[in-house]
Design a protein around this ligand. Structure first.
Ligand code: PMT
Length: 424
């Protein structure tokens, strides 16, 4: 455990594993030092091939631990002393290999032994090739670590060292430092706090997003609707705005407020939503259909309230509504990205992939609305994102709707980058 001596600066253990992003750990260390923390560094052997331990030693003022059996190591039980002194173990960057070792309790070097020997919270910032990140083995290991209480700064989408574009890039160093300071809580002095900087990777985009449920009138009093709150669609709008996009939302019936800064168009019925989208979609570069649009509506809406007197039952004839998403996809300008959702209760992947094909989408977000914490009117969601031409879906485990939104937007950013590089 940390000594708790108020006269000594609080210590963070910075673990560096062997990836090309290892040099970014230096910047993270500098930000944490600026915030008043003492940083002790442990590296894997491979990390030491990317950045010399001497660099960290010079900048941290401490011996850098790679191999605790090394004769130059001044501390014979370093993994115990190191692990007990730190208040946070932060891994930057974390490779698929170190994640696998942590998840399985392998302790075959200093850093992995420290992970097991420490009771401090652990924050991991992964960075790796997209295929390695997407691999079920890596996803399984991440899941294990999450359920062990490990925190993550998720990697972002972008161009990777291997020259491919996809998810796997190390998050911005400022955000990593900010997350670390957040976990350390009140101890970080306010003037040392690192402001969150959000990459403006969508600043060239203009989003049109449908949000919420629709109301299909039976008569002036009654309607057919669904349980959509608008939380998922507004989360997408909020995150797209934060990442620099212009955002117009066509909102049906919602139970939460729209984020500040969006252009809001209200459209309660499927037909009103269709007309609003038809007017707006040519000005957009990205369309996302997050609304739960009624598939059917009463064929005839009565002008007056239907009376129950003289009736034992009432039969409503329903007719199909227009498919807004399919309309946009079919009539889009070249370059427009079109994304939809699939709300399913069975055969999630199969039905979602069928929607991707049939509506000719670039991406579909499949959510199993029968699962706990997923779908309608929850603050969280979980999904599988299927992208056109990509072999398998990308699993997004249960997380806040804002975080799910960011994962969806990451994929949209990748689609845009891929389209841009295809034109070069
Ligand atoms: O609003 P929340 O409470 O946060 O809930 C979020 C959500 C569950 C509504 C959201 O995550 C979601 O899944 N939205 C899509 C719901 C839906 O209608 O799914 P679907 O599988 O029936 O439709 C497929 C796609 O076609 C959707 O993108 C839908 O917007 C679109 N569609 C459907 C019918 C229609 N007439 N026009 C459409 O554009």
């Amino acid at each position: 455990m940390p000594t708790g001596n108020p006269n000594l600066p609080r210590s963070i253990g910075l673990g560096v594993s062997g990836g090309i992003a290892a040099y970014k750990a230096i910047e993270v260390m500098r930000l944490l030092q600026k915030a008043g923390f003492n940083v002790r560094v442990a590296m894997t052997k491979h990390a030491a091939e990317f950045v010399a331990p001497l660099t960290f030693r010079a900048l941290s003022g401490h011996y850098v631990l790679v191999d605790d059996y090394d004769p130059s190591n001044p501390d014979p039980i370093a993994h115990i002393n190191f692990s007990q002194e730190i208040e946070l173990l932060l891994i930057v960057p974390a490779t698929a290999n170190i994640i696998a070792k942590f998840a399985n309790g392998v302790a075959d070097d200093f850093l992995t032994s420290t992970y097991l020997a420490s009771t401090a919270p652990v924050l991991i910032a992964p960075a790796m090739n997209t295929t390695m990140w997407d691999h079920p083995a890596t996803q399984r290991n991440l899941e294990k670590l999450r359920s062990d209480g490990v925190h993550f700064v998720e990697p972002v989408a972008g161009e990777l060292a291997c020259r491919t574009v996809g998810t796997g890039k190390l998050e911005d160093v400022e955000n990593i430092a900010a997350q670390a300071l957040k976990i350390l809580g009140a101890g970080a002095s306010t003037d040392a706090e690192v402001p969150e900087t959000i990459e403006q990777d969508l600043s060239e985009e203009s989003f049109l997003i449908t949000v919420g449920g629709t109301r299909e009138a039976i008569d002036p009093v009654r309607f057919i609707s669904n349980r959509s709150s608008g939380k998922m669609g507004f989360a997408l709008a909020e995150r797209a705005l934060a990442r620099g996009a212009e955002v117009t939302v066509v909102a049906g019936s919602v139970s939460v407020l729209p984020p500040e800064g969006v252009r809001l168009i209200e459209a309660l019925s499927a037909e009103e939503m269709f007309q609003a989208v038809k007017r707006e979609f040519t000005a957009a570069s990205v369309f996302v259909g997050a609304a739960a649009v009624a598939d059917f509506r009463p064929a005839k809406s009565e002008g007056n309230k239907i009376k129950k007197e003289g009736r034992e039952n009432l039969t409503l004839e329903l007719e199909k509504t227009k498919d807004i998403l399919a309309f946009v996809s079919r009539n889009r300008n070249p370059g427009m990205i079109v994304a939809g959702f699939a709300a399913e209760t069975e055969n999630l992947h199969e039905f979602a992939k069928a929607k991707l094909e049939k509506k000719d989408l670039d991406l579909v977000v499949a959510n199993d609305i029968s699962a706990e914490g997923v779908g309608f009117d929850t603050d969280t969601n979980a999904a599988t994102i299927f992208v056109r031409d990509r072999r398998k879906g990308f699993e997004v485990p249960l997380m806040s709707k804002q975080q799910v939104a960011d994962r969806v937007l990451d994929e949209i950013a990748v689609l845009r980058q891929n389209a841009a590089s295809a034109q070069i």
